[in-house]
Design a protein. Structure first.
Length: 409
C-alpha cells in the first residue's frame, strides 16, 4: 500500500463519528486510572516502608488481571458484542474502585492489591473491546491512525492522573496516609457507573469483519491465529513494549528523586507535564503523520529513538538523562496503538480473538516492573533501565520485520 493510497482514505466516516466519540471517551478513563498507579508506587514505598520490589506488586495486581481476563473478555465479546464487553468492564472497574473503602478501613496493603486486581479485570474488558472497535470504525487503511487518535485521549488521561493524585498524596511535601485513597476512588467509581448506564442505553454498531479463515470453533480459530507469523511477532512486540512503558512509568518518580534534590510532589508533576504531556502530544502528532506515512515506517523511527534515549538514561546523569527519559515518552507514544493495529491487519473474523491475546500483553508490565525494581534495589536506578532498553529493542525488530514483509508483499 502506497502513501498515496493512505492520503485518499477517510480517517472517520460520518456514520461512525458518534460511536467513535463515545468509545474514545473510555480511553481517557483507563489512561487516568493506569497513570495513578505510578504515584501509588512511590506513595506505598513511603507510607509502608517498602522496597521498590515490594511496591511493584501494585503493577503486578493490575496487569496480572489483564493476563487472566483478556482471553475470557475476548470470548465474551465474540458472543455478546462490543457494547456488552464495555458495560461489563465498567461494572468491574467500579467494583474495584469501591473496594478501596474496606482497604482504607483495615489499612491493608493486601486489600488494596485485591481492589486493584478487580479494577484491572474491568480494564481488561474495556481495552479488549475498545481498541479493535476504534480501529475498525472506518477504512482499514487508516486503522492505525484512527487508533492513535483515540489513544491520544488515553494520553490526556495519563496527564491528569499523576497531577491530581500527586497533589492528594504528596501535597504537604510528604506521603500522606492511605486514608486519602478511598474518597477519590469512590468518586471515580460513581463516575464509571454513570458511564456504564450511558453505554447500556445507547446503540453501537457492530463491526462486521470479512471472513478470512474457514476455521470454526474456538480451538481451530486459535490454531489459525497462531499460524500467522506477523501476528505472533506483533504479540511479542506489544508484550515487550508493555515491559518498557510500565516499568519506566513505575519508577519515573524514583529516578527523578534519586539524587535527593527533587521532591516526590515535584517529580509527580514532572511525570504528568513533561513525560506524559509529551506522550499525549506524540499520539496527536503520530496520528497526523500516519494519515500520510505508512504506520510501520513511523514505528521504525520511533523505536530507534527510544533505544537511543534509554541508552542515554543509563550512561548519562543529571538534567541530560532526565530530558532523555522524558523524550522516551514522546517516541513510545505511538507504539501500543500502532503495533496493535498492525498486528490485527487482515485477521478478519479472527480480530476479536486476536485482540484478546494482544490485551494479555500488559502482564509484561508486571514482569518488567518487578525486574526493574529488583535491579534498582540491588544495582541502582540507572542500570535498572536495561529492562526497558531490551523491550524497545524488540519493538524495533518487529517494525523492521513488518517493513521488510510488506515490501516483499
Amino acid at each position: 500500500m502506497a502513501e498515496s493510497d493512505i492520503k485518499g482514505a477517510k480517517l472517520i466516516d460520518k456514520k461512525y463519528l458518534v460511536p467513535f466519540i463515545l468509545i474514545a471517551s473510555l480511553f481517557f478513563l483507563w489512561g487516568f486510572s493506569r497513570s495513578i498507579l505510578d504515584v501509588l508506587n512511590k506513595h506505598f514505598q513511603d507510607v509502608m516502608s517498602m522496597s521498590k520490589t515490594e511496591s511493584a506488586l501494585i503493577q503486578v495486581a493490575v496487569y496480572s488481571a489483564y493476563f487472566i481476563m483478556a482471553l475470557p473478555a475476548g470470548l465474551f465479546i465474540m458472543r455478546k458484542g462490543y457494547r456488552s464487553g464495555v458495560v461489563l468492564g465498567l461494572l468491574l472497574f467500579a467494583a474495584g474502585a469501591f473496594m478501596f473503602i474496606p482497604g482504607e478501613r483495615f489499612d491493608s496493603y493486601g486489600m488494596f492489591l485485591g481492589a486493584l486486581f478487580v479494577l484491572g479485570c474491568g480494564l481488561a474488558f474495556l481495552e479488549t473491546a475498545a481498541n479493535p472497535y476504534a480501529a475498525g470504525l472506518g477504512d482499514p487503511r487508516t486503522s492505525a491512525s484512527r487508533l492513535n487518535l483515540a489513544q491520544s485521549l488515553n494520553g490526556m488521561g495519563c496527564i491528569f492522573g499523576p497531577l491530581i493524585f500527586g497533589q492528594i498524596l504528596f501535597g504537604n511535601g510528604e506521603s500522606s496516609g492511605s486514608e486519602n485513597l478511598s474518597i477519590p476512588y469512590s468518586i471515580l467509581g460513581v463516575i464509571v457507573l454513570v458511564v456504564a448506564i450511558i453505554f447500556s442505553r445507547v446503540k453501537l454498531p457492530e463491526i462486521k469483519s470479512e471472513e478470512t479463515s474457514p476455521a470454526t470453533g474456538d480451538r481451530k480459530m486459535v490454531k489459525s491465529l497462531w499460524g500467522r507469523p506477523l501476528f505472533v511477532f506483533g504479540l511479542a512486540a506489544i508484550f515487550c513494549y508493555e515491559i518498557s512503558e510500565i516499568a519506566i512509568n513505575s519508577f519515573f518518580i524514583n529516578y527523578v528523586t534519586d539524587g535527593g534534590t527533587i521532591s516526590a510532589e515535584t517529580a509527580s508533576q514532572m511525570l504528568a507535564i513533561c513525560g506524559l504531556g509529551l506522550f499525549f502530544a506524540g499520539r496527536l502528532i503520530g496520528s497526523r503523520i500516519m494519515s500520510r506515512v505508512r504506520a510501520e515506517k513511523v514505528l521504525v523511527v520511533c523505536a530507534a529513538a527510544t533505544v537511543v534515549c534509554t541508552a542515554m538514561v543509563i550512561l548519562l546523569s543529571g538534567i541530560t538523562s532526565i530530558v532523555a527519559l522524558c523524550a522516551c515518552y514522546l517516541f513510545e507514544s505511538i507504539m501500543f496503538p500502532t503495533i496493535f493495529a498492525l498486528s490485527l491487519n487482515g485477521l478478519g473474523n479472527l480480530t476479536k480473538l486476536g485482540s484478546s491475546f494482544l490485551m494479555m500483553s500488559p502482564i509484561g508490565g508486571a514482569i518488567g516492573t518487578l525486574t526493574m525494581g529488583y535491579l534498582a534495589d540491588n544495582a541502582g536506578m540507572s542500570l535498572s533501565f536495561l529492562v526497558p532498553l531490551a523491550g524497545y529493542f524488540v519493538v524495533l525488530l518487529f517494525a523492521l520485520c513488518y517493513v521488510s514483509r510488506t515490501k516483499r508483499a
